[in-house]
Design a protein around this ligand. Structure first.
Ligand code: MG
Length: 249
């Protein structure tokens, strides 16, 4: 099989929120607050029930937005995104030249795979100073261009990954390394034969090949990404950067 020739990976797939910046930034919690406010102000959800509904829809449908749509709430996607993301305090994110240096030095194609809308992803990239670091982007608009569909396509569904593979021209999933902070996204990815990195955690879980406390630990935990040629990888490094884990070649 020719897919065992050459480098181990030919694509790096990156989630954005809580992956290329830390959850501790507070941006995601503010995003949740905005979603709950959207539910109460625009959809008539009882303010006492909105927080729990926000969580339960997120768990069942992948995103709260997808759950609201699937359970019959009618709203304009652009309105939702403007309300939820357009009011975020993006200024709390600061340029990250260290991450920029890591990404720019990687000799492998890099693709964003986010459930968020394009403007939000671009704003994150802009605030972190990561413009030009990614070769392609899979986002809300990429996966949901069928305006007549009653359902929103998003991670962690298998179909969202299948569409992402098509859009990002990922023909050999096991030659792609996927970075995400969401364990359920990683578990779908693993089922779809991607190699997986859990960002923001140092725990071993099913579906996770490697765990990094921070995306900044890539260089120490995955030096093979900077190497050419076909290398068998044994994840035997210890310490804070990652868990001892073996990844099947
Ligand atoms: Mg995320």
């Amino acid at each position: 099989m020719d897919d065992h020739q050459g480098s181990k990976y030919d694509c790096l797939l990156f989630d954005i929120d809580d992956t290329v910046y830390p959850n501790s930034s507070g941006l995601s919690s503010q995003c949740t607050n905005n979603i709950i406010e959207f539910m109460t102000k625009n959809l008539g959800v009882d303010e006492h029930k909105a927080p729990q509904l926000c969580v339960s829809l997120y768990k069942e449908y992948g995103t709260t937005m997808a759950g609201l749509k699937a359970t019959g709430y009618d709203f304009d996607y652009d309105h939702f995104h403007r309300f939820v993301h357009g009011r975020l305090p993006y200024e709390i994110l600061k340029p990250d030249p260290a991450l920029k240096s890591i990404l720019q030095s990687l000799p492998i194609r890099k693709v964003v795979f986010s459930n968020a809308n394009r403007d939000h992803v671009n704003m994150i990239i802009n605030k972190l100073g990561l413009e030009g670091c990614f070769d392609d982007m899979i986002c809300f608009e990429t996966l949901n261009n069928q305006t007549t569909s009653p359902f929103i396509l998003c991670k962690p569904s298998d179909d969202a990954f299948k569409q992402a593979f098509i859009k990002a021209k990922i023909n050999i999933p096991h030659k792609t390394l996927f970075f995400d902070d969401s364990i359920r996204n990683l578990q779908t990815a693993k089922r779809m034969r991607l190699h997986t990195v859990w960002v923001g955690s140092a725990h071993r879980e099913a579906g996770v090949d490697l765990a990094l406390e921070s995306i900044h630990n890539m260089r120490e935990a995955l030096p093979e990404l900077w190497e050419d040629g076909d290398k068998n990888v044994s994840y035997s490094r210890k310490g804070k950067v990652g868990i001892e884990t073996y990844v099947r070649a």
